[in-house]
Design a protein around this ligand. Structure first.
Ligand code: RP5
Length: 183
């Protein structure tokens, strides 16, 4: 009595349309509760003008949705998948097992173990199915987006230029000397 496959993945919310461009990066996460973290990846891609889509895809709560998402990702035009999950975070590895696209994993900070469980779950892939693992939390989400944009930039001069600009602004924003914290 096999369970019927779930319907096509739905947007995380009607208020998160991506940036209206052809999605090249798929951002998936295991739960709505991951969005606070993973929004940083979406915001970073948007700032760089990289088309992306955002979905909740849980490896254990919506396994059929994960199979459909990962097995169709390349044919739908995606070039990179960013997968964020917390706890026993098998989403990035499972996604990587079903798509030839590069998968970047973001360990979401968990309440019980502060994301160490997420990190170790994602980073310790046995040899053969790679997941590029980023830092725990916001920094990892931002860097996953920057890495994804770097992949896109290999064949897209506009994105390459946007990345150069992003780095130049970051450099220009660093003061020469520290100041006391405001009281
Ligand atoms: C994982 O379990 C999700 O990626 C999330 O980080 C964690 C907790 O999920 P919720 O219980 O908040 O939905 O599957």
């Amino acid at each position: 009595n096999a369970a019927a496959p779930a319907a096509s993945p739905a947007p995380i919310s009607a208020t998160v349309p991506g940036n209206g461009l052809q999605p090249l990066v798929g951002i998936i996460m295991g739960s709505q509760s991951d969005w606070t973290t993973m929004k940083h990846a979406a915001d970073t891609l948007a700032a760089l003008g990289v088309g992306h889509e955002v979905r909740i895809v849980s490896a254990h709560r919506t396994p059929h949705r994960l199979v459909e998402y990962a097995t169709t990702a390349k044919a739908r035009g995606l070039k990179v998948v960013i997968a964020g999950a917390g706890g026993a975070a098998h989403l990035p590895g499972m996604a990587a097992s079903m798509t030839p696209l590069p998968v970047f994993g973001v360990p979401v900070e968990s309440h019980a173990l502060k994301g160490m469980d997420s990190l170790l779950s994602i980073v310790q892939m046995p040899g053969g199915v790679p997941v590029g693992t980023l830092a725990i939390g916001k920094a990892g989400a931002i860097n996953a987006a920057l890495l994804a944009a770097s992949v896109i930039a290999l064949l897209d001069p506009a994105v390459a230029g946007a990345l150069d600009g992003w780095r130049a602004r970051q450099t220009a924003a660093v003061a020469e000397a520290p100041v006391d914290d405001p009281a």
